[in-house]
Design a protein around this ligand. Sequence first.
Ligand code: SF4
Ligand code: SF4
Length: 450
Amino acid sequence: MRTSDSTDPVIHIDPTLCTGCRRCAGVCPVDAIEGLPGEPQTVNADRCVICGQCVQICSVYASDWADSSPQAAAIRRQERIRERDMPADIGEPLFAAYYSYNLIKVADMMKKPGQLRIVQCAPAIRVSLAEEFGMPFGTLTPGKMAAALRRLGFDRVYDTNFGADVTIMEEGTELIRRVTEGGPLPMFTSCCPAWVRFAEIEYPDLLDHLSSCKSPMQMVGALIKTYGAQLDEVEPANIYSVAIMPCTCKQFECDRPEMESDGYRDVDEVLTTRELAYWIKQRGIDFMNLPDEEFDAPLGQYSGAGTIFGVTGGVMEAAIRTGYELLTNEKLPKLQLDFVRGEEGIRVAEVQVGELQLKVAVVAGLQHAYQLLDRVQAGECDYHFIEVMGCPAGCISGGGQPKLMLEKQKSMLIVHVNRPSMDTMLHLRCANRMRTLLSSSCTMNFWVSR
Ligand code: SF4
Ligand code: SF4
């Protein structure tokens, strides 16, 4: 089990820009922002869960250092850009709170000859990428995104939704096993790395309550270096595997030692939505006018269950459906489980699953997790399954998403997350077929021990 050692800091505050307004402290779920009001703040890396919410809310940026000459201002900007590992020609404002970029490293690795370059994309990316190109909020752009990624040099474009389907099959099965065979309950979801890190820091004695399933990103990563390697008849050592994620904590997750099998990292590098948008612009790709292209098969195919992972309550809904179908071999009668949906706080529900009365809860935003976890720790909580997502509205509001400065923009984004049509029996059939196919062809490591 990996414990909550301090990590290489990912999240930073530039003391020369920070005004000490402490808006970031107001959204930090773990009190990791330290400093007096009106003075530059610092991030306590031992407490930080790398959710990036402070980066999203910080609105103070360098206004070209008006007190300097143009030459001095340009030098100061370049110094900051280097500190942030950003490309030298990046045009975006330099905000006081920021995360380190990975783009230069990835762009360099893409030039290395003799390797198969594979990319996977999380569901929340396709909802937000369009904003960076001036398209209406919530425009879904999976086809243009796949086309752009091929033009950036990727040989295969896969979809993290495939991994979400696998996660759901495994997590739903694990839930039913725990409920019928004796716990430990409640079982918590494990797909949000900020939540996993939070549990390690704040509630280490509850770690065996977390599902043993890897997150969808790590599932797809493991598949790419095993099944994907077989499909393309290439050695895993010659695969360069990149993930595009809405989350600043995903690089931390893929760097964890347990996210490695047979000496190969599941995922080599992670880029955020903002980094991908910049990369597309920098390479002069006309995103708006790209023809739509398909994701590659078979690791680019998925059911609607995978797609709803990007919003709060989505993992819970997909897992309940899967559990219901596994137990009863029938569809869950009511098509939408809207009663477990919510944007903030904790929402609860009871669902009849065969003979079982499942009690479930959804926690949106880590600041709301304390009270529930205290009750679990005290043995006062009778829920069977709890979904915890680190960010207030789930991955869609992740720290690596485009920075939305207006409250109106934020609410529009959430409203525009289109609900996919979800044929659950198709989902189950698809996922079962994936499972059979995968288990018959190679050994996969889909689980972690905590
Ligand atoms: S990092 Fe940004 S939000 Fe936080 S105190 Fe400094 S200026 Fe304010
Ligand atoms: S990244 Fe999240 S946990 Fe870390 S300081 Fe910022 S808001 Fe707090």
